[in-house]
Design a protein around this ligand. Structure first.
Ligand SMILES: CC(C)(COP(=O)(O)OP(=O)(O)OC[C@H]1O[C@@H](n2cnc3c(N)ncnc32)[C@H](O)[C@@H]1OP(=O)(O)O)[C@@H](O)C(=O)NCCC(=O)NCCS
Length: 157
């Protein structure tokens, strides 16, 4: 990482730059409305990564997770294509996992496409383990999802 990284909770002014990253990162991106509704979802947290000190409008990556019933569910994660392989997604995940643990979560879950080798390498490098398969989970190409889990109980992040 050449410049220092800052991670903070997103606000309304971050949603436009988050959505720009979303559109170039996924074949079936979330709509802008989905991101806006996350801001008012009481179960949801949006973390953004950018330069330190924070610069308005400059976003390098984001993580969205839900927290309910002592479970963290990772809903969305992406890094700007020009900022990849600099540890941004790993830092976002570590921060999100630590926050969820502090808030009482005992396990983190996520779904990932088996074809997404970059994401699988990231998650397994952090200690996520494959616990199941959701058949034909992704509507666009009927691809299965792998269900990955990470135990947060009595664990130092
Ligand atoms: C997956 C993604 C979030 C990774 O973001 P990133 O900021 O580049 O990831 P990091 O730099 O933190 O990588 C951490 C580790 O993950 C693994 N990794 C990340 N990208 C990788 C790639 N393209 N190939 C292989 N391993 C990769 C490596 O182990 C890496 O550590 P290293 O760089 O020291 O080898 C990013 O590629 C992305 O936005 N992809 C499109 C959206 C997406 O697929 N999101 C996940 C949906 S489940």
């Amino acid at each position: 990482m050449s410049s220092p990284l800052a991670i903070r909770r997103a606000s309304l002014t971050d949603i436009s730059s988050i959505w720009q990253i979303e559109k170039v990162s996924f074949t079936s991106p979330w709509s802008l409305w989905c991101f806006l509704s996350e801001l008012s979802n009481p179960f949801s947290t949006i973390l953004v990564a950018g330069p330190a000190p924070p610069q308005p409008w400059e976003t390098w990556g984001y993580l969205i997770y839900w927290l309910a019933a002592q479970e963290m569910h990772i809903m969305n994660l992406a890094t700007h294509p020009q900022k990849r392989r600099r540890g941004i997604a790993r830092a976002l995940l570590r921060e999100g996992l630590a926050q969820a643990q502090q808030q009482g979560a005992v396990v983190a879950w996520l779904e990932v496409r088996p074809s997404n080798q970059a994401a699988i390498a990231l998650y397994t490098s952090l200690g996520f383990q494959k616990t199941g398969v959701r058949p034909r989970y992704y509507e666009d190409n009927q691809e299965d999802a792998w269900l990955l889990a990470f135990s947060l109980a009595e664990r130092e992040i």
